[in-house]
Write a protein that binds this ligand. Structure first.
Ligand code: TYM
Length: 332
């Protein structure tokens, strides 16, 4: 049986990379007839310090972001991780399955811990085990994510294989990452070699889903570019990371592809292309921003949707945890 699971951390504001690499694609998947679960991973968020009031706000804002991007809480299960105890119950098991060496290779840990590894939380180190639990506690077969999460989904596969192997079973599926489209790695507007991120210290490096039209236009106008006009062919985008990024963003927002965008805009200077990109971005994003703002006026309704989703998620996950514990030999 096919089942889709994905998650987003409730930290800072949603940015364009989250939207194009994840949210926009999630809404599309719920209509395919496959069961879809989408999670707000609040337990992952606290692997680095979060102010409690900010965590609450970011959780509701992310829920609003999911809904405003087209997620239907009747078709999909939308919930926050901490309300479904099965995730942590499975994560403990995976802490005992995964090897230190596997986690030592995780690039996200290296990036986030920085030079001061001794001072990183233990949770930041075991983060991928909880992520594997998120996925496998539903026996999810497909995980739509951006490029940066590929390594974590591969670790999830390694954990599933080792569990199956250790206990002589085929209990867990070997999950497929679904990394598709032109926006699997949206880059920073200030540096075409760095990915766009919620946690980049420069707000000018990203477009937030909470930005108003003027802010979006300003950020695109000021986006770093080289002095050449757009190339006439796709090949011409090689070694021009900033130009390539803006073309990819345009293509993703327009549900098109880079070749079509280059055919249309090739040869134009950025002073012509940027205003068109800004207009497209504003037209695509402002309905979402407005809908998020509307939804956030009623936090009680958001909380109700999350609690309902959590109840349905736990219903699927609880028997899977139970079954896994039995396989391990825990008395039931
Ligand atoms: P997070 O919260 O960093 O990002 C959420 C989703 O957005 C994608 N993304 C991007 N895609 C394209 N370009 C970008 N610049 C960009 N930045 C972020 C991410 O790839 C992701 O799909 N560990 C995960 C959350 C998680 C999870 C899971 C995901 C926890 N458990 C289980 C899938 C399945 C994370 O930190 O995503």
């Amino acid at each position: 049986k096919q089942r889709v699971f994905s998650g987003i951390q409730p930290t800072n504001h949603l940015q364009l990379g989250n939207y194009l690499g994840a949210l926009k694609r999630f809404a599309g998947m719920q209509n395919s007839g496959i069961e879809t679960l989408y999670c707000i991973v609040d337990l992952h968020a606290i692997t680095v310090w979060q102010d409690p009031a900010d965590l609450t706000r970011a959780t509701r804002e992310l829920a609003a972001g999911y809904l405003a991007s087209g997620l239907d809480p009747k078709k999909s299960i939308l919930f926050n991780q901490s309300q479904v105890p099965a995730h942590t119950q499975m994560a403990w098991v995976f802490n005992c399955v995964a090897r230190m060496g596997w986690l030592n290779r995780m690039t996200q840990f290296k990036d986030k811990a920085g030079k001061n590894r001794e001072n990183a939380s233990v949770g930041l180190f075991t983060y991928p085990n909880l992520m594997a639990a998120d996925i496998l506690v539903y026996k999810a077969t497909h995980v739509p994510v951006g490029e940066d999460q590929k390594q974590h989904v591969e670790l999830t596969r390694d954990i599933a294989m080792k569990f199956n192997n250790d206990f002589g079973t085929e209990f867990f599926p070997i999950t497929e990452p679904v990394i598709e489209g032109v926006a699997t790695r949206v880059m920073s507007l200030r540096d075409g070699t760095k990915k766009m991120s919620k946690s980049d210290p420069s707000d000018m490096s990203r477009i937030n889903l909470t930005d108003d039209a003027d802010t979006i236009a300003k950020k695109i106008r000021k986006a770093k570019t080289d002095p050449e006009p757009l190339p006439e062919t796709l090949d011409g985008l090689q070694d021009r990371p900033e130009a390539k990024n803006l073309v990819n963003i345009y293509a993703a927002l327009a549900d098109s592809d880079p070749a079509t965008i280059i055919a249309e805009f090739g040869g134009q200077p950025f002073s012509d292309f940027k205003p068109k990109l800004a207009e497209l971005a504003v037209n695509s994003l402002s309905p979402i921003t407005n809908e998020m703002n509307r939804l956030m006026e009623d936090p009680a309704e958001i909380d109700r949707i999350l609690a309902d989703g959590a109840r349905r998620a736990q219903e699927i996950a609880a028997p899977i945890v139970d079954e896994a514990y039995k396989i391990i030999g825990m008395v039931r």
